[in-house]
Design a protein around this ligand. Structure first.
Ligand SMILES: [Zn+2]
Length: 429
């Protein structure tokens, strides 16, 4: 019983820590990586079925339901999606007595596409290969490691034989990567908790706030002509250049006075252009440029205000430009719409997470804000659930090739989450 060396732990907490099955933790992660659950794909549903089966096998009370995509899309607060999706499932498991769960551990099962396979080890992003004390593959850190940690906590609580005074819940959701439809549906379904931890990768830190991100589309008109007499036309690409300069200036203004939680982050609210398409023939002057990007939403800024800021900047540059004045740029907001969100810094969950980490890892953590949108804003906003991020993995490896998670870090984080669950849910022998 090595855990009895940690004086802050109760016997029930130590019992749960001893019951963490590190082998099953890693093998669950490897299995999950083997399910290529790209957001919107059939495998996303497979990952949800897999989760529901796991929770049922552990004796959880499971709510597994098929999402009504039409009803969700018609809802006034629909968060938007980017991937085509023909079906989706929700999976919630609750353990313990009745009532509102004292703690929810939440994870999304969807991942982003792999990119060029040539960038992956042995051209296989779904291998779940264990090399150099790390598990590799798409989703290894974002966030199948977190989902595996959640299941490992659930398994340890059951295996330890402790009694919970208050219920513990596990939520597995789809579509985080393309807008948060799964979290949205889970909140509309009525699942709640007194507190939630989303186990997104945080590199050992506690993330108490998220910036938001709004997907936008700009349509910049031009006038077609033969390339040999291009002065007879007006290139949509040339028309875009002052618009782009205005966007860069807007980005600078919006990042000038960021919240201190972003200390060390030079650009917490990026405006990033992701795609640019113009023209359809090498020797024609392009008559249309269509660009898609993401606009960072500031903490405590309503998405409507962020949209208005970009629309105003585009309108102003159009007013100054002779071509754009008569041929204005159209701004639209298709795709994912992530508001920003944050937990009240005085909420007890913040201290409880910090003290659980101190108890198991013997270190102090700092609180920070993340520059990306996540399900956090749906849990804190629509759900009214105090929610933060604490999970295994380095977010800088997310979405890239060679994504991986360090096994020792995965185990450490799982242990802290297990102590948190024991404390919040009143585990006793
Ligand atoms: Zn994620």
């Amino acid at each position: 019983m090595t855990d009895t060396l940690i004086p802050e732990l109760t016997r029930a907490e130590a019992r749960i820590l001893d019951a963490i099955d590190e082998h099953a933790l890693v093998s669950d992660l490897v299995t999950m990586i083997g399910i290529p659950s790209v957001t919107g794909s059939d495998a996303e549903s497979e990952a949800q079925h897999w989760h529901a089966r796991r929770l049922l096998a552990l004796g959880f009370d499971v709510d597994f339901w098929k999402l009504d995509l039409g009803v969700l899309a018609a809802h006034p607060e629909f968060p938007g999606t980017e991937a085509p999706r023909v079906e989706g499932y929700g999976a919630v498991g609750v353990l313990g007595p009745g009532g509102v769960p004292a703690l929810v551990l939440q994870g999304h099962v969807d991942v982003v596409p792999t990119g060029d396979l040539g960038n992956w080890h042995e051209r296989n992003p779904w291998s779940g290969a264990v090399k150099d004390d790390a598990v590799h593959g798409r989703g290894a850190c974002d966030m199948k490691a977190g989902a595996a940690a959640n299941l490992a906590v659930a398994r340890a609580v059951v295996a330890s034989g402790v009694t919970l005074e208050r219920p513990f819940a596990l939520h597995a959701v789809i579509s985080e990567e393309d807008g948060g439809l799964g979290a949205f549906a889970t909140m509309l379904r009525g699942h709640r908790g007194e507190a939630a931890v989303i186990t997104e990768p945080t590199s050992g830190n506690v993330v108490v706030a998220n910036a938001g991100a709004l997907t936008f589309e700009l349509r910049v008109p031009g006038r077609a002509a033969h390339g040999s007499s291009r002065l007879a036309g007006h290139s949509a690409l040339d028309a875009f250049l002052p618009v782009y300069a205005a966007i860069v200036e807007l980005e600078r203004e919006r990042n000038a006075h960021a919240d201190p939680l972003f200390d060390g982050n030079a650009l917490p609210y990026p405006i990033s252009i992701g795609t640019v398409r113009a023209g359809d023939w090498a020797s024609s002057v392009p008559d249309l440029l269509v660009t898609h990007g993401r606009l960072g939403v500031q903490l405590d800024e309503p998405p409507t205000a962020a949209r208005a800021a970009l629309e105003r900047a585009v309108a102003e540059v159009c007013e100054r430009d002779p071509w754009l004045r008569d041929n204005p740029v159209e701004v639209a907001w298709p795709g994912g719409q992530f508001a920003s969100g944050r937990i009240d810094s005085t909420d007890p969950l913040v201290d409880e997470v910090v003290s659980s980490i101190r108890a198991t890892e013997g270190r102090e953590v700092s609180l920070s804000a993340a520059p990306y949108g996540s399900d956090l804003r749906l849990y804190t906003g629509l759900g009214g659930i105090p929610t933060l991020h604490y999970g295994p993995g380095d977010v800088r490896l997310a979405h890239g090739p060679r994504e991986q998670v360090d096994i020792a870090e995965l185990v450490r984080t799982t242990r802290s989450l297990a102590v948190l669950a024991a404390r919040r849910c009143g585990a006793h022998l």
